[in-house]
Design a protein around this ligand. Structure first.
Ligand code: CP
Length: 332
């Protein structure tokens, strides 16, 4: 385990081991300090509450020290393109940034979202790839254009805590949001759910399909692990009999790079594509999940997020425990 970039780099067995290790950290059975005397860099190109706080606390609890860097804010603006004349606003090249940083620290975490301009350019993860290329130390993906693997494993840990090892009927549903959002969370949730062998239903309006290569991998993983994948664009049927509801909004490839057009076109989904009491009543007493931050009464009604079936705070807590398991594994 050199890097932690996406869940599909790991076997189901390896994911099971991480979940078991996270449960030992959570229960207090494991209070080891494998990062004692070591530092971990956390590089944030984008804002964060959960990822930043849970990584910092987790590193501290493992005996280590965290170094937070925010390119363009508390550290220099960064250029990632190769062979460019750096005569514009970028002060430092990633080649130097990463190679300097790895002389100080034992692990490097990086958050670099899609900027929602050009999917073909963004899906190959140029910034994350540069970290991977230039760092001889392990790199953790703290959310990139394609993946948010720490979130996905915290989600799998949460499902495990609520239901044990049983295969579940899981709905990943698109929800209306006033503007287009990245796809890393739904991508990683779908992938990890398939890797854990659950039966996955993905619901979204027509035109909001996820990346086709990613979905091929989700389908392959589901088949290999005894699960299934189905798709629907009918919000009135999507919730029927499911045991887990995971809500998330994301942007459409049809309007990728044209937010104004997308905002106008998605308006028609505002009324129906919200998780509310009527939809949850169709489920098999499903738990409600969301990675947070969430817009109340836009993605989900107050009644549902505040209900006994809502596990969003447990999911957020589980970021801490699963990331401690990931860090402990990487430092080995
Ligand atoms: N879910 C999640 O990654 O939260 P933050 O964006 O606050 O880190």
């Amino acid at each position: 385990m050199k890097n932690f970039l996406k869940t599909s780099d790991f076997s189901r067995e390896a994911i099971e081991e991480l979940i078991e290790a996270a449960l030992r950290f959570k229960s207090g059975e494991d209070s080891s300090k494998p990062l004692s005397g070591k530092s971990v860099a956390l590089v944030f190109f984008n804002p964060s509450l959960r990822t930043r706080a849970s990584m910092q606390v987790g590193i501290y609890e493992l005996g280590g020290n965290s170094v937070i860097l925010e390119p363009g804010s508390t550290s220099w603006t960064l250029e990632h393109r190769e062979n460019v004349v750096m005569d514009t606003d970028k002060t430092e090249h990633l080649k130097e940034f990463v190679r300097v940083l790895e002389r100080y620290v034992s692990i490097v975490g990086v958050r670099t979202f899609a900027n929602l301009q050009n999917w073909e350019a963004e899906r190959i993860e140029p910034i994350l790839s540069a970290f991977e290329k230039y760092s001889t130390k392990p790199v953790i993906n703290l959310e990139s254009a394609m993946h948010h693997p720490c979130q996905a494993l915290a989600d799998m840990l949460t499902i495990r805590e609520k239901f044990g090892k049983k295969k579940k009927k899981v709905l990943l549903t698109w929800a209306w949001h006033p503007k287009p959002l990245p796809m890393a969370v739904p991508n990683s949730f779908a992938l990890a759910t398939a890797q854990m062998g659950h039966d996955l239903r993905i619901a979204h309006p027509k035109g909001f399909e996820l990346d086709s290569e990613l979905l091929s991998e989700v389908e392959r993983q589901a088949k290999e692990n005894g699960g299934s994948v189905e798709y629907t664009s009918d919000i009135n049927e999507a919730f029927e009999d499911v045991e887990v509801v995971y809500a998330k909004s994301w942007g459409s490839f049809q309007n990728y790079g044209d937010a104004e057009k997308e905002i106008k076109e998605r308006e028609v989904y505002r009324k129906d594509w919200i998780v509310d009491e009527a939809k949850m009543a169709q489920t098999d007493s499903a738990i409600f999940m969301h990675c947070l931050p969430v817009r109340r009464n836009v993605i989900v009604t107050d009644a549902i997020i505040d209900s006994a079936n809502s596990v969003v705070i447990d999911e957020a807590e589980n970021r801490l425990h699963i990331q401690k398991a990931i860090l402990a594994k990487l430092i080995k």
